[in-house]
Ligand binder design. Structure first.
Ligand code: F6P
Length: 370
């Protein structure tokens, strides 16, 4: 029988985390009469026994707040915990300690709010007998089995507002503006904010591009009287035949940070076209701030339904959005792949119809009226 549950937020933060926590806590207390503990800083808190009581006072007014009241980390995987030694960092399995600490704290079930990494950890804990349910979080929207993750809507809103601002200054100075957005190996953020912000070129991880074609497109736009251009580049976008550009990689410590492709594209465009070009890396601005109302509603529903999953004993599952409904999905399925943009999808075809250049072909300028 469930009496006490714990909640943790793991991986990079996303707007809406606090709304999920609130949904879980209110439902757990008001509907089921359970106690709730928060686990600080994701996996770190399980290992250091850093649990805090979450009552109704603790979650009052938090749905509108970005970040997470519990703290998070993308470094504290208990199954591959980085330990520094004389020979560098090694990864150690401390998951048994985490399970023992949960038991000692009297936790009967655990809600893991995470992205692909966090949900894989949740699934691994389920295999060790922990009664766990997952909630799909990430601004990248790259989790399969759910129509949308929370955090994505706010991120694309923020990125779109940034593009809107860059358009006016690009227009004033007759410049090309390159905007690098997040998304890791998927192009959802770039595709959505690019269409919403009327970008002229969109470079996605799913469509390897030719730098010469992007430059030719900017040049032809200029020749056709369009003396400014907006090029949105996903951080995971790749020049055809090349690897992604990384800011940092440390396999032993499980670190792989993308970034730098925007500078590469911007420098090439300026050199080849003579058009003055500036690069803006939106970075963590996309993860911060108050969640949109769509994200608040989605995150709240996820939290409420996660508590219901525990009550029904449907462990090793995550909550997912399908159409208008929140449904349970086995964590094994939800963590088996990432969801990427289909280059043949209707949305990409619609964008091509608008004359947006994806860097694989130079679209006809007849369509590039914007
Ligand atoms: O997965 C979310 C995300 O924001 C990615 O889009 C980005 O590549 C990564 O996290 C950045 O992580 P960090 O906060 O460690 O720099």
């Amino acid at each position: 029988m469930t009496k006490r549950i714990a909640v943790l937020t793991g991986g990079g933060d996303a707007p809406g985390l606090n709304a999920v926590i609130r949904g879980v806590v209110k439902t757990a207390i008001a509907t089921y009469g359970w106690e709730v503990l928060g686990c600080r800083d994701g996996g770190e808190g399980m290992l250091s026994k850093d649990f805090l009581p979450l009552d109704l006072d603790a979650i009052r007014g938090i749905a509108a707040r970005g970040g997470t009241i519990l703290g998070t980390t993308n470094r504290g995987n208990p199954f591959r915990y980085p330990v520094k030694g004389p020979d560098g960092t090694t990864l150690v399995d401390r998951s048994d300690e985490a399970v023992a600490n949960l038991r000692e704290a009297g936790v009967d079930a655990l809600v893991c709010i995470g992205g692909d990494g966090g949900l894989r950890i949740a699934h691994a804990f389920a295999k060790k007998g922990v009664r766990v349910v997952g909630v799909p979080k990430t601004i990248d929207n790259d989790l399969p089995c759910t129509d949308q993750t929370f955090g994505f809507d706010t991120a694309i809103q923020t990125a779109t507002e940034a593009i809107d601002r860059l358009v006016t200054t690009a227009e004033a100075h007759h410049r090309c503006m390159v905007v690098e957005v997040m998304g890791r190996d998927s192009g959802w953020i770039a595709l959505h904010c690019g269409i919403a912000g009327s970008a002229n070129a969109l470079l996605l991880p799913e469509i390897p591009f030719d730098l010469a074609k992007v430059a030719a497109f900017v040049r032809e736009r200029g020749a056709g009287g369009k003396d400014y251009s907006i090029v949105v580049v996903a951080e995971g976008a790749k020049v055809a035949g090349e690897d992604v550009v990384l800011l940092e990689e440390n396999e032993a410590a499980g670190i792989r940070r993308l970034g730098g492709i925007g500078q590469r594209v911007g420098a090439y465009i300026e050199r080849e076209t003579g058009v003055e070009t500036r690069v803006t890396v939106l970075g963590h601005v996309q993860r911060g701030g108050s969640p949109s109302s769509l994200d608040r509603v989605l995150a709240t529903r996820y939290g409420v339904e996660a508590a219901h999953l525990i009550a029904r004993g449907q462990f090793d599952h995550m909550v997912a959005l399908r159409g208008q409904d929140i449904v349970p999905v086995p964590l094994s399925e939800a963590t088996s792949s990432i969801k990427t943009v289909d280059p043949e999808s209707a949305l990409v075809r619609n964008a091509r119809d608008l004359g947006i250049c994806f860097g694989d072909i130079v679209p006809s300028l007849l369509a590039t009226r914007g």
